[in-house]
Design a protein around this ligand. Structure first.
Ligand code: MG
Ligand code: MG
Length: 260
């Protein structure tokens, strides 16, 4: 069952979305060669708790951290660790907060130092897929329109979209109905209504769309070891169209990027 949100509930979701967007940008600012993903996790957790919120991921089905830290061929659900980010890595950060009972969920993929053109393009295309998906988030559109927007642009650029993990409705719980695949056919699936709130999260792989889970039981990697990028926003559907709750200004210039 898809739970529509009232104006009052949407107001709370705005606050949760804004906070997790700020956390995302603060962590982005910290990304550089030498920083460990555990340091980023601790900084995110402190920021969340200082704001009077809870890190939604921590304890979720036993997940032990406040962010997911997925590097290079890791698709999603990577554990923060003592791994120090290296020049040329791409680092995907996924974070959720619960504020006054409502959840915001967002992800981005950040280049670490100088990153080769291929990986930069993968990130750029994933970001554009998300923007194209957002433009489908209108009352009267269909879930298949969102999936197709992502799939069409990803595949036109030579990338594959992950099938094993999908976006989702969001509200008092992080994962509500419906599931929102990053693939599909226009005009198919559930019809979108005002009041729905979606977490849309394209996951693009440079090679095969197939994935596997490592022995830690969480970390998802590409089956062929090629890189993957993940981006996500929490989006409210209103009569006036999509309202991206996790969109906040970047707190600092992006990490320096150049071809090598
Ligand atoms: Mg997420
Ligand atoms: Mg999500």
């Amino acid at each position: 069952m898809i739970i529509g949100k009232s104006k009052k509930e949407l107001e709370k979701m705005r606050a949760a979305g804004r906070l997790v967007g700020q956390v995302r940008e603060e962590v982005r600012r910290m990304v550089r060669p030498g920083v460990t993903t555990l340091e980023l996790d601790r900084a995110a957790e402190k920021m969340i708790r200082d704001a009077g919120a809870l890190p939604t991921f921590k304890g979720y089905h036993g997940f032990p951290y406040s962010i997911c830290a997925s590097v290079n061929e890791q698709v999603v659900h990577g554990f923060p660790s003592n791994y120090a980010l290296r020049e040329g890595d791409i680092f995907s950060l996924d974070c959720g907060v619960t504020l006054e009972g409502f959840v915001g969920d967002t992800a981005t993929t950040v280049p670490v130092g100088k990153v080769d053109e291929d990986r930069l393009k993968l990130i750029k295309v994933a970001e554009e897929c998300l923007e194209r998906a957002i433009r489908q988030c209108w009352p009267g559109k269909y879930l298949g329109d969102i999936g197709w927007a992502v799939q069409e642009y990803a595949e036109a650029n030579g990338y594959s979209v992950v099938r094993d993990y999908v976006g989702h409705g969001i509200g008092r719980k992080m994962h509500e109905d419906p599931q929102i695949p990053n693939y599909g056919k226009p005009g198919t699936g559930i019809r979108i209504k005002a009041g729905y709130v979606f977490a849309v999260e394209p996951m693009l792989n440079a090679g095969t769309h197939r994935t596997k889970t490592l022995s830690d039981g969480w970390t998802v990697v590409t089956l062929d070891g090629r890189p993957s990028a993940h981006v996500e926003h929490t989006i409210a559907i209103t009569e006036e169209g999509p309202e991206v709750l996790t969109r906040v200004a970047e707190s600092a210039p992006r990490t320096e990027t150049a071809s090598v």
